[in-house]
Design a protein around this ligand. Structure first.
Ligand code: PAF
Length: 282
């Protein structure tokens, strides 16, 4: 496994792989790797001959007062993890390598970022779309892998690559969960044991909504009431949003008549957790 910090060297390494006729996969990450990333990497490993993992905590996607400074940076263990999964190339630039003179050009996707996380994190998806396009331009992979836990991010990236004709296949990988349902996330490590216990309420709340849909309920207000009743059981957990959204536009729907996601964000003290469940419609 080669660990690379510069754009010039990662381009050379990918060029060499291409010259040898190999297909290239990119798994973009911010490090603090866990089993969820493991699934992305394993899928990439199965589907491509060269696997590149980028590790970069992207300042552009954090707002003022968010956790950029305290976001976990665990490069040594991330490298061991990638080695154990047979990754070929790690691209872990320092911020000045990607943003040498700041950044004056941004990718702004319309509509999809408006609701859910976009409401409380203005500029977040612009930061995500911009860095992902930069990484795609640098590595030029055949495929890039993203988790469905960040469903709104996934849609932003799908839309951006389609609209800008980026020649890459975006592969969506299902959310990986702990046995009690908690979606695996780098931010789970902020939780104390008690908070970790409470954190499952988000999955249980989404599941209640999913069950309401399975039972035939189609009015979002009623579907969400089922979720809210579960959230109310744990006063430690503060709701940021709970919505039934169209799975394509990520805009809230009042009546469910096609594929949707039930999406939620909660705060447990200073930790913000998000999750969602897909409902394919009839
Ligand atoms: O999901 C993440 O870890 C990040 O948002 C991403 C896609 C690597 C962009 O920084």
């Amino acid at each position: 496994m080669q660990v690379i910090k510069t754009i010039r060297e990662i381009r050379e390494a990918v060029y060499t792989a291409r010259q040898a006729g190999k297909t290239v996969a990119l798994v973009p990450t911010m490090g603090a790797l866990h089993e969820g990333h493991g699934h992305l990497i394993e899928r990439a490993r199965r589907e491509s001959e060269t696997v590149v993992v980028s590790i970069f905590v992207n300042p552009l996607q954090f707002g003022p007062g968010e956790d950029y400074g305290r976001y976990p940076r665990t490069l040594d263990s991330d490298l061991d993890f990638c080695q154990s999964l047979d990754v070929d190339l790690i691209f872990c630039p320092d911020p000045p390598e990607l943003y040498p003179q700041g950044q004056k050009t941004f990718v702004e996707v319309d509509e999809i970022p408006r609701e859910l996380c976009g409401r409380s994190r203005p500029g977040h998806f612009r930061g995500v779309a911009t860095v992902v396009l930069k990484l795609l331009n640098i590595v030029q992979p055949d495929r890039a892998y993203f988790g469905e836990k960040d469903a709104q991010q996934l849609r932003v990236i799908e839309q951006m690559t389609a609209d800008l004709n980026v020649p890459v296949e975006i592969v969506a990988v299902p959310t990986v969960r702990e046995p009690d349902g908690l979606a695996i996330s780098s931010r789970n490590r902020y939780l104390s044991p008690d908070q970790r216990q409470s954190a499952t309420v988000l999955y249980r709340a989404l599941n209640a909504a999913h069950q309401a849909l399975c039972a035939g309920e189609r009015e979002s207000v009623k579907v969400l009431a089922a979720s809210q009743a579960v959230l109310d059981q744990d006063p430690i957990v503060r709701k940021e949003y709970l919505e039934v959204v169209d799975a394509g536009s990520m805009s809230p729907v009042t009546t469910v008549n096609g594929p949707v996601r039930i999406a939620g964000a909660v705060w447990i003290e200073k930790t913000r957790l998000i999750d969602n469940l897909y409902w394919k419609g009839e």
